[in-house]
Ligand binder design. Structure first.
Ligand SMILES: *[C@@H]1O[C@H](CO)[C@@H](O)[C@H](O)[C@H]1NC(C)=O
Ligand SMILES: *[C@@H]1O[C@H](CO)[C@@H](O)[C@H](O)[C@H]1NC(C)=O
Length: 212
């Protein structure tokens, strides 16, 4: 078939044009995509080669509980504790800016006990900073919570989850990159949460993710 049929003449050239345009557009898109991918991988390679980025690491190396009071009159639990968090920036050329608007929560089996925030500060290259994060909260508790906590305390096995969410900006030389939110979940097991006794950290596991 082709341009033989007179009646269809007006239609075919139109279709051919459309086909040709589409193919050209596709080619152009492919080239463009290829260029973008090449440029991005080049930038990434350059970034990794020059800045050698390494993930910062966090650990809770000390906990102290100053208040842990059940009030049976209004069924609330008042908790005040301090977690010492060691943050290490292992990078030689990347600074880390911890912003305002962070949030930390300590919870016991899904029940939040207390909350606080991280200080906003800039952490330079190859720096280790230990921050004392004090957290405080009064929460209502169900009848099961006090009993469960007392049992955990007796066993010397108190699982606590610490959730940290903090806005972070990376600084490459003098350039600040876009702010991202880093979320860290630390599952701790303490041997005690009584203010009378210094708690020991029996185990700790960490998970982190970044929200872009
Ligand atoms: C843990 O914190 C307590 C109270 O703040 C302090 O006395 C103690 O020296 C700290 N221990 C370590 C190993 O940092
Ligand atoms: C690490 O950074 C903190 C916060 O900027 C600073 O106070 C501290 O002196 C630094 N430590 C070292 C060893 O440079």
């Amino acid at each position: 078939m082709g341009k033989g049929g007179k009646r269809s003449v007006p239609r075919y050239p139109e279709d051919e044009d459309k086909g040709g345009g589409c193919c050209g557009c596709l080619c152009w898109c492919c080239c463009f995509l290829f260029l973008i991918v090449a440029a991005l991988s080049g930038t990434a390679a350059y970034f990794f080669f020059v800045y050698k980025p390494k993930a910062p690491s966090y650990s809770v190396n000390n906990m102290s509980v100053s208040r842990f009071d059940f009030s049976s009159s209004d069924l609330t639990l008042y908790v005040k504790l301090t977690a010492s968090v060691r943050a290490e920036n292992p990078n030689e050329m990347i600074g880390i800016k911890y912003g305002e608007g962070s949030h930390t929560v300590v919870s016991y089996r899904g029940t939040p006990l207390c909350s606080g925030k991280l200080p906003a500060f800039y952490q330079g290259y190859k720096n280790v900073t230990v921050m004392d994060i004090s957290m405080e909260g009064r929460h209502g508790f169900g009848s099961g919570l006090q009993q469960a906590l007392e049992e955990s305390e007796k066993l010397g096995d108190i699982p606590l989850d610490i959730f940290v969410s903090v806005p972070v900006e990376l600084r490459l030389g003098t350039v600040d990159l876009r702010e991202v939110r880093v979320n860290v979940h630390c599952a701790l097991v303490l041997d005690s949460v009584s203010p009378k006794k210094k708690p020991n950290i029996k185990s700790a596991t960490y998970q982190a993710n970044v929200e872009f």
